[in-house]
Design a protein around this ligand. Sequence first.
Ligand code: RFL
Ligand code: PHB
Length: 389
Amino acid sequence: MRTEVCIIGGGPSGLLIGQLLHRAGIATTIIERQSREHVLGRIRAGVLENGTCNMLEEAGVGDRLAREGFEHEGAFIAAAGRKFRIDFKHYTKKNVTVYGQTELTADLYCARDSAGLNTIHNVEGVILHEVTSDTTYVTFVKDGYEQRIECDFIIGCDGFHGVSRPTIPTGVRKEFEQVYPFGWLGILSETPPVSEELIYANHERGFALCSMRNEKLSRYYVQTSLNDKVEHWSDKRFWEELKRRLPEEPADILVTGPSIEKSIAPLRSFICEPMQWGKLFLVGDAAHIVPPTGAKGLNLAVSDVHYLSKALISFYKGEEKYMINNYSAKALERVWKASRFSWWMTTTLHHFPDYGDFGQRMQEAEIAYLEGSRAAQAVLAENYVGLPY
Ligand code: RFL
Ligand code: PHB
């Protein structure tokens, strides 16, 4: 088999760059380790930056998002028994949109199907070959048979545990990592959201987040210890704990119900440099992970897609090689800034077991400063709605 660009991973990054390249007349093949049902069953991100929505529109998959997405002009920070609002619109003239990653991925699969593009699911044993030569190819096993795809470029969109990043030799690759001493337990429930806008809550028992997917579907998270297991968390225990971490007003009106999904995710910050090597480019979670507190993971994947799609389209038009050679440097500038914001949101709002009294008071002072300072609120708003590309 031959294609121009072989994309490893059929999550949001792989699907979106595949769609943008297709619209520019560039042939792509996507190979994905899981079944489509598995990919579409993962409950993940929920908050899209303005730039992400624009990119989806540019890719021709923005119609349902425009109809069904919810525009949010602000969010609440809760601490010390009360809450205050950060007005994104006021400080930035921009908003964010609540639209599930699951929906976005479904829209992208729909577009790929209508265009009749090649997507191969349930592949095993993916190996990248000759990445620094002109005879680059990828092999994999499908239904017991080894297959080979020859290509000009490989895009590694295979997430944090994928095979693309480890293909870059350790002498070339430098990884930066911070693992946080806690995780997030998240549930999805068919109940009306407790608030029209998200609530990020700091509490001495641990962080909590009230989010949503639509008027009838809520998404809630509580900070848990690293060795906690989902089996330890009955729905009853979850709701009680969430209520204890919220100020009285939202806690009193919180509607509870059975969870329809429950999972625990560890939190880490991770960045790999460079994000390209020879004919291989890394995009999204394959290159970097942010803790979910700033809602940046998917949005960063989309800004990578922006830089790389522009660079490849310019290359195939025969314009110049500068943009593809400069992809990593360009993408990393934004990755580091969004990672700083996610790290700041995480350290400001979570309970750290080893903070001690001084650390605890510093955190309280940081939140009180945020409540009283327009400058501090403007910084949060500017980062939350997304830094410009
Ligand atoms: P994905 O989504 O991990 O997709 C990678 C795909 O590659 C496949 N794969 C392989 N395919 C072939 N061969 C191999 N060897 C392969 N190895 C892996 C996988 O099966 C998979 O289908 O990465 P991608 O596309 O870069 O997308 C990244 C986003 O999924 C991620 O950043 C966000 O979900 C992060 N995130 C959030 N981001 C936001 O922008 N806003 C949010 O509100 C937000 N909330 C969240 C989140 C992530 C969370 N978890 C569970 C980590 C909330 C949570 C709880
Ligand atoms: C979500 O709705 O899943 C969500 C929202 C905001 C975050 C993280 C996750 O910061």
